[in-house]
Design a protein around this ligand. Structure first.
Ligand code: SAM
Length: 275
């Protein structure tokens, strides 16, 4: 029998993390998991997560609102927009309503490629590979800063002659330079045809968010950059931004199940279409 692939190995025992997992500093995927009420984080993640909640108590709710945005955006893309291929970069630790689960309820034949660079996400990737029989899911352990490698690997699963929805939810803030962030988005969108989509969620400036970002950056974790309206809009250059535009997460096409539709959060969600 061939050797078990890395992603098929059992999830890490949190008491004794495998050596490739650095538990000494907070990691984005694990702090996000803490805010979402998951179990896959360590003391350093909790400590920073709690400090940030003191500066911005809404952060746990923002993480949930981001997941709700994912649900509404993917349902729209698989439904009304007719998309059957998804490239979800910065997947995070699997939780409820992962992209393939949402898409395949609408269109069971949906093909979904997940990408993240965190070893804990890799260790849990098995939970993302539970495709419907008609569809496909695949996990790629790769870095957003190397979009060419992501495209090359994704092309083994997705037909890049057909439209693809690329989702970059809660990840672009880890690319410090807006120039580099735009270059990455352009490289990804250049690889997919007209009729493809881009969804982004991203923190925006505000007193509490700026303080939260400062605390995060002082912790030694991968630093974040908060982007204002002009810089955020520039990530959608060359795309048609769908209504209602670049808006606070709960205000993007709320449906009857949207829990936070009446709330204001310093975090935007938007979807653009490649003409
Ligand atoms: C805040 S979490 C968001 C998770 C998920 N997209 C969501 O919206 O719920 C950010 C994710 O991006 C991943 N990430 C950050 N920088 C990355 C990079 N350069 N390449 C690949 N993944 C990255 C982290 O490991 C983490 O899983």
């Amino acid at each position: 029998m061939s050797e078990t692939p890395a992603w098929m190995k059992p999830a890490p025992d949190r008491a004794v993390p495998p050596p490739e997992i650095d538990t000494s500093v907070a990691h984005p995927a694990r702090v996000w998991d803490f805010w979402l009420g998951g179990k896959d984080h360590y003391p350093a993640d909790r400590e920073v997560g709690e400090q940030i909640l003191k500066a911005l108590p809404d952060f746990a709710v923002i993480a949930r609102a981001d997941r709700e945005f994912l649900g509404r955006a993917v349902r729209y893309l698989a439904g009304e927009a007719g998309i059957r291929q998804f490239l979800d970069i910065g997947t995070g630790i699997p939780t409820a309503n992962n992209t393939h689960e949402v898409a395949q309820v609408v269109a069971p034949e949906s093909r979904v490629v997940y990408v993240d660079n965190d070893p804990v996400v890799l260790a849990h990737a098995r939970a993302l590979l539970t495709s419907s029989p008609q569809g496909v899911t695949r996990y790629i352990d790769a870095d957003l800063r190397e979009p060419g490698s992501i495209i090359e690997a994704a092309a083994q699963t997705l037909d890049l002659e057909q439209p693809v929805a690329i989702t970059l939810l809660g990840i672009m803030e880890f690319i410090p330079s807006t120039g580099e962030a735009r270059g990455i988005v352009n490289r990804l969108m250049d690889a997919v045809p007209s009729g493809s989509y881009l969804a982004i969620t991203h923190p925006v400036p505000g007193q509490a968010m700026n303080k939260a970002a400062r605390l995060w950056n002082e912790s030694g974790a991968t630093p974040v950059t908060i982007r204002g309206e002009e810089e955020s809009t520039s990530l959608f250059d060359g795309l048609e931004v769908l209504d209602p535009g670049i808006v606070q997460l709960p205000h993007w096409r709320p449906d009857p199940d949207t829990q936070y539709a009446d709330r204001d959060f310093p975090y935007f969600g938007a979807v653009g279409r490649k003409p």
